[in-house]
Design a protein around this ligand. Structure first.
Ligand SMILES: *Cc1c(COP(=O)(O)O)cnc(C)c1O
Ligand code: SF4
Length: 335
């Protein structure tokens, strides 16, 4: 829907759009016409994880609907701090796999490079919600250390830009980073894990697409979309620009109770993503992170849901259902 706030970003660049993001639960409710009394919200401060919702994403929420699946992904609710809230603060034990700051080397042949410390949207279910992002900011000194590590580990063939959201980095800085990586002969592939093309599709600039298209790497961009309502014309245009540069487009989704734990929703998501050139990759079960227990659903239900998807969709439109189990050599396939 076109909301009354749409004019605020229509002609702006992505950085300006990000600056106008909503950072407060009450303001968010007001923007989508949901009365305060219909939901038990808390502030980002109380939650220990700021509220952050960019306006292009907010504009896709249904006005007046307190159960909107986009709204509930970004609104801080009382349930996050309920006395029975379970989970840990580093469910994936990523600290163990950090050989140098900014690198997570957990699986054979591929590493995460934490390119940016923050995101353009704060998803309430995120397993990184307790991370000290500042620790992972890629300062020039850390980048040098990370590059030295990448040069020394000759079995690394793929670098995954992660974060935070790597596309919060400016086009100029990203281009410099890609050039540094291109100079390391054993790296063959570059992957970018990002939610920005969904929440602020204006981030997909011509410069970015051209730079990635010119790279010697095979480039894959993995977006993070949880619900078909997150897709609109602008997202489609962003994907088309990337596709035109020969970039492989994949999607990962987190399975979330009351958001997308429904076969029809996930079926539509796969079909709509494929229309804009994106193939489903992973369907993640929720990580047991503190503050997100209200998004969890029993594993048996997740398996059943996945079986329904398999029965309804062509094989290439069925994402792999996976869990992240600390210590595993890969993500764990769930049957
Ligand atoms: C998910 C993940 C990867 C990438 O795994 P793929 O199965 O290749 O997508 C790499 N490193 C870490 C730490 C991860 O969590
Ligand atoms: S964009 Fe990704 S990393 Fe950032 S808060 Fe959302 S799920 Fe977490």
């Amino acid at each position: 829907m076109i909301s009354h706030t749409s004019l605020q970003w229509q002609s702006s660049d992505w950085q300006s759009i990000l600056q106008t993001a909503i950072r407060d639960s009450a303001e968010l409710l007001q923007a989508v016409g949901v009365p305060q009394s219909s939901l038990d919200t808390i502030t980002g401060e109380t939650a220990g994880f700021a509220v952050l919702a960019p306006r292009p994403f907010v504009a896709r929420m249904e006005y007046g609907n307190p159960k909107d699946p986009l709204l509930l992904q970004v609104l801080a609710l009382q349930e996050e701090i309920a006395p029975n809230a379970v989970g840990t603060t580093d469910p994936l034990e990523e600290q163990r796999f950090t050989p140098v700051p900014g690198i997570i080397h957990k699986y054979f042949g591929r590493v995460l490079l934490m390119t940016a410390g923050t995101c353009a949207v704060n998803c309430r279910y995120c397993f990184r919600r307790h991370n000290d992002y500042a620790q992972n900011i890629l300062t020039p000194a850390r980048l040098n250390e990370a590059l030295t590590y990448l040069r020394s580990q000759r079995d690394i063939t793929e670098v995954i830009l992660s974060g935070g959201d790597p596309l919060l980095t400016s086009d100029r800085k990203l281009s410099e980073l890609v050039a540094e990586l291109e100079a390391i002969p054993h790296i063959q592939r570059l992957r970018i894990h990002t939610r920005l093309p969904i929440v602020i599709p204006q981030r997909i600039t011509t410069e970015l697409c051209q730079r990635l298209g010119q790279s010697r790497f095979q480039v894959t961009l993995v977006v993070h979309c949880n619900h078909p309502k997150e897709l609109d014309v602008e997202v489609g245009l962003a994907m088309a620009q990337l596709k035109a540069q020969g970039i492989t487009l994949l999607n990962q989704t987190v399975l979330l109770k009351n958001i997308n734990n429904c076969a029809a929703t996930l079926e539509t998501l796969s079909v709509e993503l494929f229309k804009i050139g994106v193939l489903p990759y992973y369907l993640h079960t929720l990580d047991p992170v503190q503050g997100a227990a209200h998004f969890a659903q029993p594993m048996g239900d997740s398996k059943q849901l996945h079986q329904t998807l398999q029965a309804r969709l062509p094989g290439y439109l069925v994402p792999k259902l996976v869990s992240e189990i600390p210590g595993g050599a890969s993500k764990t396939l769930i049957y």
